[in-house]
Design a protein around this ligand. Structure first.
Ligand SMILES: NC(=O)c1ccc[n+]([C@@H]2O[C@H](COP(=O)([O-])OP(=O)(O)OC[C@H]3O[C@@H](n4cnc5c(N)ncnc54)[C@H](O)[C@@H]3O)[C@@H](O)[C@H]2O)c1
Length: 269
């Protein structure tokens, strides 16, 4: 389906861990649409080796960066501009991790050191990345910055735990930084609120498969796949969406506007 809508554009993609990762799909589509990219992930994630396979396939360089380290991000952005021979046109933040969820702590008994770390990795990293790019003047005029989020920022999904607050913070950073980046360089900043997706981060949430099936029935178009999310992301990086900024964009097959679905109650047909 490639149409060359990212021809001549350059960008950084965070968060490709394995083939299931949403960022992996975005990286493949962005390159298919003509973009040149740099891939990055936390040093520990590079040890799994998946990203190297992707890098070879896409002829991209991999620069390790822990999204909680300002120094790592400065190094990443500076080196990316050298590799790509100039500033970026797009960046994808596809990073999420909750320590309390991983340690199976109930929401009414959270550990606050873990919570700090969760917010740092999953939300503050987005501000840190944008501030780094802003200060280093690393984005071209009319560039596009995206982060991935989930509707638990607005509605209650009990097992999503502190990731709900992480996503609320992430979405707020998109709006606030979106203002400043629009004023400075006409750069747009948005979040895509994606359906439940079977990835490493997604399946860390308790009862994920049951919840995935529920959301699939609740959404008139069904759950949006990682591949479909990649199509949407690529369009958001393209010149077709230049005036869209400071938005939380639902990419969920209609889930967010549903009240009741007969399919969920077994009443269909
Ligand atoms: N899977 C879902 O159901 C779903 C739904 C909506 C939104 N999202 C969001 O999509 C994004 C991507 O997740 P995914 O589902 O593709 O899972 P994933 O596990 O493939 O990706 C998460 C990535 O975050 C990276 N990461 C973790 N800590 C890091 C750090 N300190 N520095 C840099 N990178 C770090 C991991 O290495 C991994 O590549 C996340 O923001 C997630 O919350 C996922």
């Amino acid at each position: 389906m490639a149409n060359g809508i990212l021809k001549g554009k350059k960008g950084i993609i965070f968060g490709a861990l394995d083939e299931k990762s949403i960022a992996w799909q975005v990286a493949e589509k962005a390159v298919a649409e003509g973009a040149q990219i740099v891939l990055t992930n936390a040093p520990v994630a590079l040890r799994f080796g998946g990203i190297q396979k992707l890098a070879e396939k896409l002829n991209a360089e991999v620069i390790p960066a822990d999204a909680t380290s300002l120094e790592d991000l400065e190094n990443l952005v500076t080196k990316s501009m050298e590799i790509l021979d100039g500033p970026m046109d797009f960046m994808l933040h596809s990073i999420g991790m909750s320590l309390n969820v991983r340690k199976k702590k109930p929401y009414t008994d959270l550990n606050y050191d873990f919570m700090h770390k969760t917010f740092d990795i999953s939300a503050m990293s987005f501000h840190r990345l944008m501030q780094t790019a802003y200060k280093l003047d690393a984005m071209n005029d009319w560039g596009s910055i995206l982060a991935l989020t989930y509707i638990a920022a607005q509605r209650i999904f009990p097992d999503y735990s502190e990731m709900a607050e992480s996503k609320a913070l992430l979405e707020s950073f998109a709006r606030s930084f979106g203002y400043h980046y629009a004023k400075k360089k006409n750069v747009r900043v948005n979040t895509i609120s994606q359906s439940p997706t079977l990835t490493t981060a997604g399946s860390g949430v308790k009862g994920f498969q049951e919840f995935f099936d529920y959301a699939d029935k609740m959404s008139p178009l069904g759950n949006a796949s990682a591949e479909a999310c990649a199509d949407y992301s690529v369009m958001m990086f393209s010149d077709y969406t230049k005036m869209v900024t400071m938005q939380n964009l639902y990419h969920d097959g209609g889930f967010s506007n549903m009240g009741m679905a007969p399919e969920v109650l077994g009443m269909e047909g």
